[in-house]
Design a protein around this ligand. Sequence first.
Ligand SMILES: Cc1cc2nc3c(=O)[nH]c(=O)nc-3n(C[C@H](O)[C@H](O)[C@H](O)COP(=O)(O)O)c2cc1C
Length: 170
Amino acid sequence: MSEAKVLVVYFSRTGTTRLLASAIATMLGADIEEICDCSNREGPGGYLRSLLDAIRKRQVEIVPAGLDVSAYDLVVVGSPVWAGSVSAPVRSYLIENRAKFSQIAFFCSFGGRGADKALHEMCELVGKPAVAECKVTAVEARHGAHAALAAFVDGIKRHLARSRDLEWMC
Ligand SMILES: Cc1cc2nc3c(=O)[nH]c(=O)nc-3n(C[C@H](O)[C@H](O)[C@H](O)COP(=O)(O)O)c2cc1C
């Protein structure tokens, strides 16, 4: 593996996960893509719709991805936690692309509860373990979450270096 190709993909309703995704993409020198869905998620109605989508574990319609996941050595996927679950648009993205992921890492932003469950669900949806995981509260995200993001990115870089070394040995 020469320079690994990394893609950061995320959904964000109110901007917190977007902040984390941009920082991670910059730290990794990765491409970045936002998942857009076809529902109105603004305001109290949008909140309620999002909550119901999460509780019912619905697959929702999303705008087709612009970047081809299979062209990347590793994809980093980020989601807000909704009702102790992955957000509905990220659920749809993971299901639609699950056969195409080579290696995957996950991060989530959350208010204070349910991040471990959401990260576990993300692994289950793609049917493979993540090479690294990261959970950041919305409050931490607003302050940069420097330590958590540095540890996450370091874990990803070490994994990619190990993969490259193994490839050279074969
Ligand atoms: C419908 C809905 C359900 C949520 N459920 C949870 C939850 O179960 N646990 C939690 O800690 N935060 C929960 N949150 C808060 C978000 O996970 C948190 O604010 C997140 O950082 C928002 O990310 P975003 O700005 O990228 O959309 C929920 C938010 C929404 C909109």
